[in-house]
Structure formats: structure tokens, C-alpha cells
Design a protein around this ligand. Sequence first.
Ligand code: DLZ
Length: 158
Amino acid sequence: MATALHNLSDYNTENVPDASNMCFGIVVSEWNKEITGALLEGAVKTLEKHGAIPENIHVKTVPGSFELVYGAHQMTLNGGYDAIIVLGSVIRGETPHFDYICQGVTYGIARINATCEIPVVYGLLTTNDLQQAKDRSGGKHGNKGDECAVVAIKMAKF
Ligand code: DLZ
């Protein structure tokens, strides 16, 4: 989580394993594309920074965050991935059923992690407004995509 003391893009690079032999799946939501595109950019750039080769980063899009669970589950069934990242942005002020979508995605991803063999990293921004989402997708609090990439590499190694 981003706080005044923690920037999402700050991490100790010495603790991150080499990702050159790893394969990653990324499922990204089209809803709030300005935000999710920036999350994706951060995730891909950080995976590559740690050695992942572009051919081993497979990106699939889904219409909205609610579909991230299905997308991630399909990727676990396809196999071949060392870790999967889901990226989405749900904005409370613009989404009357904000709580239902966030809970659905959160429980869905948790369930996949508890039942499937491939780790799925949770990159869902759940913010009160658009500015908070911008702040966490390359703005003043860093980029959640960077954080997810580092977590994916560590979990792939795990
Ligand atoms: C319908 C909807 C709304 C109102 N808001 C968002 C949002 O802020 N972020 C997001 O990722 N998706 C939103 N969606 C779409 C739902 O996630 C989903 O795609 C639809 O309910 C169809 O299942």
C-alpha cells in the first residue's frame, strides 16, 4: 500500500532474484485505461529491468476489473507461467457497486492463490477518486505496477 512513508516504486533491488528464465502472464483491465495502461507500463518495465525477456511477458486484456479473476484463472490453466499479475483500477466516486467489484476481485484472486499452483499478484487499485489512482500509477506515490512486478519475481522464485 502507498503511504506518506512508502513509495510503491521504492524497493531494495538487491533482494530481487534474476528473472531472465521466468515467464510472466499479465491480465490488465480496459476500464480506466489511462490508469491501467500506466500500471502495465510500470510492470513490464520493472520485469525487464530484472532480466525478463519481452517474449516471456504475455499480456491479455479484459473489459473490466471484475473479469480479472476469470482471466487469471484461465492463465493458470494454460500453464507455463511462473507468476501472473492482474492490473485494474476501480474508482469509488464513479462506481456505485465499487464494494462489490473490489470484494469480488479480492476474494477471487485469493481463492486462486489458495487453490492453484501459480502465484497471482494483486494489482488492483481501489481508490476514492481519479487523482488517487493517478498518484499510484506513476505519480507521487510511485507505480503499483512496479510493486507487482517485484512481487511476481519474488513469488516466482518462492
Ligand atoms: C461497471 C464498472 C464500473 C461502474 N466501474 C468500474 C471501474 O471503476 N473499474 C473497473 O475496472 N471496472 C468497472 N466496471 C466494469 C466491471 O468491472 C465489469 O467489467 C462489468 O461489471 C461486467 O462484468
